[in-house]
Ligand binder design. Structure first.
Ligand SMILES: [Zn+2]
Length: 284
């Protein structure tokens, strides 16, 4: 197993493979898999090729060359609606912080990917289903703005169930806010790249997820706005097989490429170098 990267050590976190459970079951083919082997295989089932959902920490380890300098790491959500259903929103987010080791559903920072300096945001489905509330929206916006100041490309890896219900309108507003940040960034002529992973839905798909210059989908991911069942029941039509999969979206021109997890870093490197060569040729 690769040694724990320094940035992860500084964070006081352990790679997922070092956590307590030794085995995992593939949700697709039910194969029982040894976690340490799975980590070596980048959390891809060796039997059926299913991509396990991975934490933001594992994803950064997968993509960043060496160091990752996190920014806005202390931002913590408030409770704008004082929301309570079965449990209060405050209790839910506190539980997610403990469970995931994260302050929110996205980590943002700066690193190099395959030799190219970038701003990188990585969402984590384990924190409130990767939903976008005020803090996710703010962190995405801050990252994109800082990339603009540093004249760096921005990359965001999405994994999200959509807008965060418990923040209501404040969550929905983040769609407009992040979209505006992406539009301002585009005016600077800098590249914005998203990687849509399983699942990328709702408000994130309807804002920055699909607003990138290059949209990469990880293979086998579920990507869409509303869920299949909701659409089925609304339009009362049978939806085609593979609807809302990465591969279906590629066939229909909604994403630019579908990439296997193992190829993600070199592919991002290639795309980033393509833009870097053109940026170098044009004065800022
Ligand atoms: Zn499997």
């Amino acid at each position: 197993m690769a040694p724990t990267p320094n940035w992860l050590r500084r964070r006081g976190a352990r790679p997922e493979a070092a956590s307590d459970a030794l085995w995992d079951i593939c949700p697709h083919c039910n194969e029982r898999l040894y976690k340490k082997d799975l980590a070596e295989l980048l959390w891809v089932c060796p039997k059926c090729g299913h991509n396990f959902r991975i934490s933001a920490l594992d994803r950064i380890s997968l993509l960043a060359d060496g160091d990752f300098r996190e920014v806005a790491e202390d931002l913590m959500t408030g409770d704008p609606l004082q929301w309570t259903d079965r449990v209060s929103y405050v209790t839910k987010t506190a539980g997610d912080r403990t469970k995931s080791g994260l302050m929110e559903a996205i980590l943002t920072g700066f690193c190099a990917i395959d030799g190219v300096a970038v701003g990188l945001g990585v969402m984590d489905f384990a924190f409130r289903g990767g939903t976008m509330g005020s803090v996710v929206g703010e962190k995405v916006t801050l990252l994109i703005e800082e990339c603009g100041r540093r004249r760096l490309p921005a990359v965001v890896v999405c994994a999200s169930g959509g807008a965060r219900m418990e923040e209501g309108m404040v969550a929905l507003m983040q769609m407009a806010k992040t979209s505006a940040a992406v539009a301002r960034f585009a005016e600077l002529g800098l590249p914005f790249i998203t990687v849509l992973t399983d699942p990328t839905t709702g408000g994130v798909s309807a804002s920055y997820g699909f607003q990138a210059d290059v949209i990469i989908a990880e293979s086998g991911a579920a990507i869409g706005f509303a869920g299949r069942r909701v659409i089925d029941q609304t339009i009362r039509q049978k939806l085609p097989d593979g609807f809302q999969s990465s591969e279906f979206l590629l066939e229909h021109g909604q994403v630019d490429m579908v990439v296997r997890r193992a190829d993600l870093k070199p592919t991002l490197g290639r795309v980033l170098r393509f833009f870097a060569a053109r940026l170098a040729a044009v004065p800022a």
